[in-house]
Design a protein around this ligand. Structure first.
Ligand code: NAD
Length: 499
């Protein structure tokens, strides 16, 4: 299939507005201070629309509107909310291509990913929470002859949500679907690097929700994010982003003593035991693909398998084949369905990655492939492209310990099972990990021994809505996805009644 026309070009399936205000009370409104900021596409490095630059005044307004909407939203039944969530899923599905192209244009990720993963997963997320909501029941227990205890699920009220730029629509969905299912109203602050795809989405789905149930205020972290997380009238703050920002969010939330969900950074180990290379078969091929997944989504994934641990006895052979596989990753225009790796989401991110490549070299790591910015020529010359990069080194180096958030993997070897687990766990983080072994016993034991909220065994990078996701250690607090997520957005009301 052919390259999609860029939004703004003749024949594009997706057109952005040239200017977006905040989405408050079911409509786009001017920022109180009247200020906007430029939104740049990483595909070409050029601006393509303007977005409202939110301040505390906009946050106040959105929180007010959300509380007004809550008065009737909280009275809706689970069945009514499930119908709405299913309609949202249907509408997104009907507009899949349009939304996928819009998301690709804003974030730089390949359209083959947004078409096959990001947007279909968002659809499924709404359907999943529509489903689990219907299955959630309260309880009644008898205390004594004359007394019963009822347990009800009640929404928290208005919740604040702050999200990053790496999966703009999917991260919004992970937060919105359970919050709405549980009956809350929301004020969401997208990342300043990718503010518009969520507004694009609400242009398409906004009419399906009562006005004010979801409100979106854009802007920068300090100007709009901090006033939201510190707001006296929100009942919870859910945050996805860097560990350093997560610490601040927890401090803000402590002022109002409200709960937090924090989904933070990672430095995931991808562990390859020697039996992986016993045969050159389909399984081996899948393991090599698993190795190459560090470049998926340009490495801008919190669970990016950014440390590869390969058992010493197969080290040279497996790494050689892995490098060959990396060489087959097609880098190009993100709007081309053949492209496997696109552009980094922002110029800042591009520079951060390049500086880590220097840090790797200066720290004594050996660069095996990549390690540079890529110029794709023509219109794409201004875009933010980095070659998939493989370093060899030791786990004490900065490139093994710090999150780079780019298509960079740091490879090292291990002697035996205990050595592998020791290296895998020698990190501040504990979000994801991968374990590859043909032995069920080894895979199981390693999966249990690694301190991470999600360990993929003999697979990597799958995100079904019904599998709990979240961090150990400094990767976060709480879980997302899974039916348990509803509990993060509900109070349990106990009514103890004597008859
Ligand atoms: P970031 O922390 O810089 O920004 C995230 C969001 O927080 C943005 O909307 C930003 O505007 C806002 N923000 C920044 N400072 C703030 C403040 N003081 N108060 C309130 N809000 C503030 O992170 P990022 O660079 O956008 O995202 C990348 C990070 O997100 C990586 O560390 C990655 O691992 C992590 N991430 C984690 C998960 C997960 O589920 N654990 C998923 C995706 C991304």
């Amino acid at each position: 299939s052919s390259v999609y026309a860029a939004p703004g070009e003749h024949g594009s399936v997706a057109e952005y507005r040239s200017r977006y205000g905040h989405y408050i009370g079911g409509e786009f409104v001017e920022p109180v201070k009247g200020q906007y900021f430029e939104n740049i596409t990483p595909v070409t490095g050029k601006p393509f629309c303007e977005v409202g630059r939110g301040t505390v005044e906009d946050i106040d307004r959105a929180v007010d509107v959300a509380w007004q909407a809550f008065a009737s939203w909280k009275k809706t039944t689970p069945a009514e909310r499930a119908v709405i969530l299913n309609r949202i899923a249907d509408r997104i599905e009907q507009n899949l291509e349009k939304i996928a192209v819009a998301e690709t244009w804003e974030n730089g990720k390949p359209v083959r990913e947004t078409l096959a993963a990001d947007i279909p997963l968002a659809v499924d997320h709404f359907r999943y929470f529509a489903g689990v909501l219907r299955a959630q029941e309260g309880s009644l227990s008898q205390i004594d002859e004359d007394t019963v205890a009822y347990h009800f699920h009640e929404p928290l009220g208005v919740v604040g949500q702050i999200i990053p730029w790496n999966f703009p629509i999917l991260m919004a969905t992970w937060k919105l679907a359970p919050a709405l299912a549980a009956g809350n109203c929301v004020v969401l602050k997208p990342a300043e690097q990718t503010p518009a795809s969520i507004l694009f989405l609400f242009d398409l789905i906004g009419d399906l929700l009562p006005a004010g149930v979801v409100n979106i205020v854009n802007g920068f972290g300090i100007e709009a994010g901090a006033p939201l997380a510190q707001h006296r009238r929100i009942r919870k703050v859910a945050f996805t982003g860097e560990t350093t920002t997560g610490r601040l969010i927890m401090q803000y939330a402590s002022q109002n003593l409200i709960p937090v969900t924090l989904e933070l950074g990672g430095k995931s180990a991808n562990v390859f035991f020697d039996d992986v290379a016993r045969e050159r078969d389909d399984y081996y091929d899948k393991a090599l693909e698993g190795f190459s997944f560090f470049a998926l989504n340009q490495g801008e994934v919190c669970t990016c398998p950014s440390r590869a641990l390969i058992q010493r006895s197969i080290y040279d052979a497996f790494l050689g084949d892995g490098l060959e596989r990396v060489g087959r990753i097609v880098q190009g225009n993100p709007l081309d369905p053949a492209t496997m790796i696109g552009a980094q989401a922002s110029n800042d991110q591009l520079e951060k990655i390049l500086s880590y490549i220097d840090i790797g070299k200066a720290g004594g790591a050996k660069l095996l492939t990549g390690g540079e910015r890529v110029d794709l020529g023509g219109e794409l010359s201004g875009g933010y492209y980095v070659a998939p990069t493989v370093f060899e080194g030791t786990n004490d180096m900065r490139i093994f310990q710090e999150e780079i958030f780019g298509p960079v993997v740091s490879v090292t070897s291990f002697a035996d099972f205990d050595d592998a687990i020791g290296i895998a766990n020698d990190t501040l983080y504990g979000l994801g990990a991968g374990v590859w072994s043909r032995s069920g016993d080894t895979a199981y034991r390693a999966g249990r021994a690694i301190e991470a909220g999600r360990v993929w065994t003999n697979t990597y990078h799958q995100y079904p809505a019904h599998a709990a996701f979240g961090g150990y250690k400094q990767s976060g607090i709480g879980r997302e996805n899974h039916l348990k997520m509803l509990d993060h957005y509900q109070q349990t009301k106990n009514l103890l009644v004597s008859y």
